[in-house]
Design a protein around this ligand. Sequence first.
Ligand code: UPG
Ligand code: MN
Length: 759
Amino acid sequence: MEKLKYEPLFETKKGKGRILYRLFATSLFCGIILIWIYRLCNIPNSGENGRYVWIGMLGAELWFSFYWFLTQSVRWNRIYRHTYRDRLLMRYENELPRVDVFVCTADPAIEPPIMVINTVLSVLAYNYPPEKLSVYLSDDAGSEHTFYALLEASRFAKHWLPYCKKFNVEPRSPAAYFASLSVSDQSDADFSEMKRLYEEMANKIDVVCKAGTVSDQAKLEYKGFSKWNSYSSKKNHAAILQILNDSRDEETKDIDGVRLPTLVYVAREKHPEHFHNFKAGAMNALVSLVSVALHISEILNKPVDDFVDYNVQLRVSSEISNAPVILNVDCDMYSNNSNAIQDALCFFMDEERSREIAFVQFPQSFGNATKNEVYGSLRVIDEVEFHGADGYGGPLYTGTGCFHRRDTLYGREYSTEARIDLKRACPEKMEENVHELEERLERLASSTYDQNTQWGNEIGLKYGCPVEDVLTGLTIKCKGWKSVYYRPERNAFVGVTATTLDQILVQHKRWSEGDLMILFSKYSPVWYGLGKLNPGLVLGYLIYCLWSPNCWATLYYSIVPSFCLLKGIPLFPQVSSKWFLPFAYVIIAELIYSFAEFLWSGGTILGWWNEQRIWLYKRTSSYMFAFLDTMLKLFGSSNTTFIVTPKVTNDDVLLRYKQEKMEFGSASPLLTILSILAMINLFCLMGLVKKLIFTSELGLEYIFETMALQILLCGILVFVNLPLYNALFFRQDKGKIPSSTAFQSIAFALSVCTCIAYM
Ligand SMILES: O=c1ccn([C@@H]2O[C@H](COP(=O)(O)OP(=O)(O)O[C@H]3O[C@H](CO)[C@@H](O)[C@H](O)[C@H]3O)[C@@H](O)[C@H]2O)c(=O)[nH]1
Ligand SMILES: [Mn+2]
């Protein structure tokens, strides 16, 4: 008999133009070496003017070269994935695994319930058998409003899900769907009815949020609200768990009589004395809630008794769904592609190559991004770098839009028998009613369930790091697993990005701080990962772990050459010197490359320019504070925090955001640093102009000949900062730089420049 040909469920292709890129990178590297040689050979002798400044330049350039070298790792070996969903369905239509979706929210004031339930509705409506899909909303605020919204959403879902299937709607977040249509699309009756239902629901939720409380009538209608009787604050409340739809229940059906996915609301217990570990804590509560110790023992191949050693609290059979595949999304990341589960499963279920795959990460894209992205984007990371990381064992886990195998989250080591257990039985419907089950589960979502256990350490998401996602993904890979990066043509997830400068700087401070903490932690890619990870991937991780130390070289390069300009000390080769060439080549080639890469990644010309500005701002403010804070933490005098990014904006700020006017707004040390730097460069450039006009002894030509690159550098810094000067001196709206910050930074920059000039 002819052997059936194996048809893979996914394919991997090498990126185009790799040879060309490698040649280019090599030529750039030669340029960089020449720059080192120039620096080394021209260090002023001891006693000569500018010796230490020169050594500093050498240090900064060595750092930049080293960092550039790291960034090559994710460009060297890019790969691209392609899935075959039709083959998946043909082979596994009736045995698809169950999938648990975890949605996390933390604060109804900055993560509005209406946005949260749109995300929930979008994942409930996945093109996937409903009896195999369970959606859990983790609400860290334990907010009655969010619960009310979810309750309304569970009712609306009975209309929305059949509608999505009937008309093959995309995207399946109702808000995004309605917003995506033009007026002419909106004529038919089904549509109008759907829109009316949605608006009715949105309106009810809006009323509750504005009133600040749920009406007595609603409370009477649904007795679940009684659980809030003892609620005192979002930091102090008992566990609340409510099963809104139970797919095991025959009665849970939509208006067409089709079963609905399971939907569960969970607010783990919060107690002021028990640290809650932010999102990692929330995720672990969910992971553990839906599992049983027995299963863990099965996975780790140990008898249950051994678990006493493992110190896992043995918890009574408590599962609701316990699916082998878990999707995790942030509350603002709605599903934009209803086939994403099937795509992910192609990687988990391929007969030959899926064994080693622990998670499938999709890119993050943002629905509220403006055309030229004033606050930058993750564009190049998504379009280039993660494809490169994939070539060396897989991208980072970035916290949202990621499918995990449940057993790898439990800390399972890679082994060749590690095929996903599809046949794992569905939890039995127990002889208890839903309320009894809820009560039993609530006891498990206590604020101490993970204390003195391996949760957060050997099991589940890792605690103690503001980027729990990156750390968790890294340790999974150190256990021998790989991950996959998949970017379908239609984006799988769409979220909300920050809309003010302060928000983006604070977010990047959290990220770069967390990444640096990983570098110094027990799980550092360098000492823990070396030998376990592909060396290319170690370099790849280092790019992110070393984000924050970048601040020093950048600060040096954006201040010292400008001061030297003021003092008349040349730091770069003369224009007519042959040493000028490598500098010119490296600068121009790198600029053109980064420009081309950005456009190729789908950005705009102005977007690239904005990206350069935000690059400078992040490096000189967020990264510096992140570095200092990490040092404080290492020496034990500061605690980990997690400032949640707001997902709402007031109308005034939103208008300026849409006009792409940078929002400086509130005073903060981050902002002060940026304006001081901008002013220093402006004063230095003005000092030079003054010198050119009033002192003729040196002559224009001589100054350009000796200082061309320094003038260029200072000029570019000033040019990049134009929006900042505008916000300092001319703008009248609320997004301008606050007068106190303006005054402080101008006074400070002026005094420093005066001191330097007359020193
Ligand atoms: O105590 C907390 C704090 C946050 N969150 C949730 O975590 C998610 C991420 O928070 P956000 O403020 O949006 O952070 P971002 O910087 O946008 O998030 C990125 O970076 C985080 C790590 O810093 C990851 O956790 C996220 O998944 C990743 O998208 C949100 O859904 C929050 O509701 C909680 O559930 N509990
Ligand atoms: Mn977010």
